[in-house]
Design a protein around this ligand. Structure first.
Ligand SMILES: [Zn+2]
Length: 332
């Protein structure tokens, strides 16, 4: 087989750059590509990271796992494109200063479009031919702390098996909260558009894909890097790519409805709750302060599971203080 025209034989590793554009300062824009092909046949799992340039925990987990894999014991092929948005990464930002586009809204891309559209096209046109399964790694933005969670979507137009398999992979990843988003009924749940998202476009091509959300952006969180490392390994076990027993968590939370909680006041926020915790209706979530008084309090208007909370204490009215699950069930 080949990956971006580089040959990859059984038992080989591939570590290369793929040119995806040029900068005004006469440098190439390149993305790193790593692949490892087992000596035995099996599926191809493709991992993508940093489509948002400041979301970094996933890429280190990929790097660590890649070099720990034993080609003798691997069945199938693991492909990594851990840094999809090198220009945004350079700016320590979610989107690039070249076009200010959210690259995760540009798939399947456009070879004659703007920077983000071109990279999306270059990656997706190869991925859709080679990948049987995809995991797309994200974090919340750098203003948030978050507990690791997965997002698997029920995508109209994807076949039933694809929708089921994405959910199965997400659960095999092994984290406690797992968001299950039905795109037909989830409109307005998140700000902005979700069309052109890598996971959705994979699913529309019947390539099962889920998003792994691992903490906050602009930093490395070792505990979550390790969560991602184990999660990838467990998905590979579930797909039959690695031998081993799948450690099934005792209990997982399947979150079917989510929302953002926003501040009505400006000032300095102190959160009363941690990501990963449950808050009953009426519980205190946050207090907003100025320098001589408590300006405002935010209380839970229903039972909630805290997915992410404000990390940076500076808030204006309308800013998001938390991202919460508000409907869920338990899964064994
Ligand atoms: Zn992201």
């Amino acid at each position: 087989m080949t990956i971006f025209d580089y040959p990859l034989e059984p038992g080989q590793r591939l570590c290369e750059y793929v040119k995806v554009g040029e900068l005004a300062c006469f440098s190439d824009i390149r993305i790193p590509v790593l692949a490892i092909r087992g000596k035995q046949d099996g599926p191809t799992l493709w991992l993508t990271g940093a489509v948002h340039g400041d979301e970094l925990n996933g890429l280190w987990a990929m790097r660590r796992l890649f070099w720990d894999l034993d080609v003798e014991k691997l069945q199938g092929t693991l492909v990594l494109t851990p840094l999809l948005n090198p220009v945004a990464f350079l700016g320590r930002a979610k989107v690039s200063m070249l076009d200010s586009l959210d690259m995760d809204q540009q798939f399947p891309g456009n070879p004659a479009g703007l920077y983000s559209e071109r990279v999306a096209h270059a990656v997706f046109s190869e991925l859709k031919q080679k990948a049987n399964y995809v995991i797309d790694f994200h974090t919340l933005n750098h203003l948030f702390s978050a507990t690791p969670y997965t997002v698997s979507k029920i995508v109209p137009g994807a076949d039933d098996q694809t929708n089921q398999q994405a959910f199965r992979m997400a659960k095999a990843f092994g984290v406690f909260p797992n968001c299950r988003v039905d795109l037909q009924s989830a409109s307005g749940e998140l700000p902005g558009t979700t069309s052109g998202a890598l996971d959705i476009v994979c699913m529309q091509h019947n390539i099962p894909c889920f998003m792994a959300e691992l903490g906050g952006g602009g930093r490395w969180e070792e505990a979550f890097i390790q969560v991602a490392y184990m999660g990838i390994r467990d998905v590979m076990i579930d797909l039959g790519m690695l031998a081993g027993n799948l450690p099934v968590p005792e209990k997982q939370l399947i979150i079917t409805k989510r929302k953002f909680l926003r501040s009505n006041a400006g000032g300095l926020v102190r959160m009363a709750v941690e990501p990963g915790s449950f808050v009953p209706a009426g519980g205190l979530i946050a207090t907003i302060y100025d320098f001589w008084q408590e300006v405002d309090h935010l209380y839970a208007d229903q039972d909630m599971f805290m997915i992410a909370t404000c990390f940076n204490p500076v808030v204006s009215s309308g800013d998001r203080l938390a991202f919460v699950g508000c409907e869920w069930h338990e899964d064994k």
